[in-house]
Design a binder for this molecule. Structure first.
Ligand SMILES: [Zn+2]
Length: 301
């Protein structure tokens, strides 16, 4: 049996699955991030035993636990300094959980885990090279090359939301100007549309509000340019778009596709496929499970 954990800034989603990745039970509890790392780690452990209990599986039958975490991961073990988890700095969560649970532990960045989930079980099933983009309050991503998560030199690869699209654009949380995230994530759409959030912008656009419609088109154009850049460089088999904002469907995705095709080079544009994510909120937890299923070695401290 395998347990997958999707550690978020507000919720911990944990699922237990059999060796084929079939989910037997899942639980969702509060992260309580403001109470600091010790409490969060205790909550992770609690969610794990709750999931096992709900599936009526004794913990002795669980061999591997995979965890998607919201921030850069060093050496598949250390969480560097996640923006959504106050007080966390260079915590070796793999070593801590291995010691407390005595299971093989696999740590992955949450967007990478979601990319892997879509690759193994979702919209990217059957492809070898995939770029996953999640558009919500931020823009994150994961890159799968030849069936493997591409992590880069330090493990920080896949930050496609911080690709600079317009150097004269609005300031981004990372300190740069005109990152894709600053131009096209939920808050950017709301800012351009003059609405409370991206959902209100969507409703206004569907009711014919020109300003809201324009804002979504501008965000879509930035996403399309980002995809064209990635397509020219990586030429993946498929782009999978997830995250809350992508629930707008074709309102967002149709103009994304037009721009991505238009801005791709002719040769790389020929293979361009852009599809919505399939696993929705389960992508991260399914990815954490898939990472455990496919790992040949490792997991021990
Ligand atoms: Zn940025």
């Amino acid at each position: 049996m395998i347990i997958g954990v999707d550690l978020g800034g507000t919720k911990i989603l944990t699922a237990i699955a059999d060796s084929e990745g079939k989910i037997l039970a899942s639980v969702k509890i509060d992260t309580e991030a403001r109470l600091g790392p010790e409490k969060v780690i205790a909550n992770i452990i609690r969610s794990i035993s709750l999931a096992a209990k709900q599936a009526k599986i004794p913990m002795s039958r669980v061999s591997r636990i995979g965890i998607g975490v919201p921030g850069p991961v060093l050496g598949q073990a250390i969480i560097v300094s996640p923006p959504n988890l106050p007080g966390w700095k260079n915590i070796n969560i793999k070593a801590i959980l291995h010691k407390k649970l005595n299971k093989k532990i696999f740590i992955e960045n949450d967007a990478n885990a979601a990319a892997y989930g879509e690759f193994r079980f979702g919209a990217g099933k059957g492809f070898r090279n995939l770029v996953y983009m999640t558009v919500s309050t931020g823009i994150g991503g994961g890159i799968i090359i030849d069936g493997k998560i591409y992590t880069g030199a330090l493990g920080t690869a896949g930050e496609i939301g911080h690709m600079i699209i317009d150097p004269k654009g609005p300031k981004c949380g990372c300190g740069n100007h005109g990152c894709l995230e600053a131009l096209a994530a939920g808050p950017a759409i709301a800012r351009m549309a003059g609405t409370k959030n991206a959902l209100d912008a969507e409703l206004a656009a569907r009711n014919g509000n020109i300003k809201a419609l324009k804002s979504i088109k501008m965000a879509a154009r930035s996403i399309g340019i980002g995809i064209a850049n990635l397509n020219n460089i990586l030429n993946p088999d498929i782009f999978v778009i997830g995250g809350g904002v992508s629930n707008m469907g074709d309102l967002l995705l149709s103009p994304v596709k037009v721009t991505a095709k238009e801005c791709s080079m002719e040769a790389s544009g020929k293979s361009l496929i852009i599809v919505p994510a399939k696993l929705k909120n389960n992508a991260g937890v399914m990815g954490a499970i898939a990472v455990c299923m496919d790992a040949r070695h490792g997991g021990d401290e």
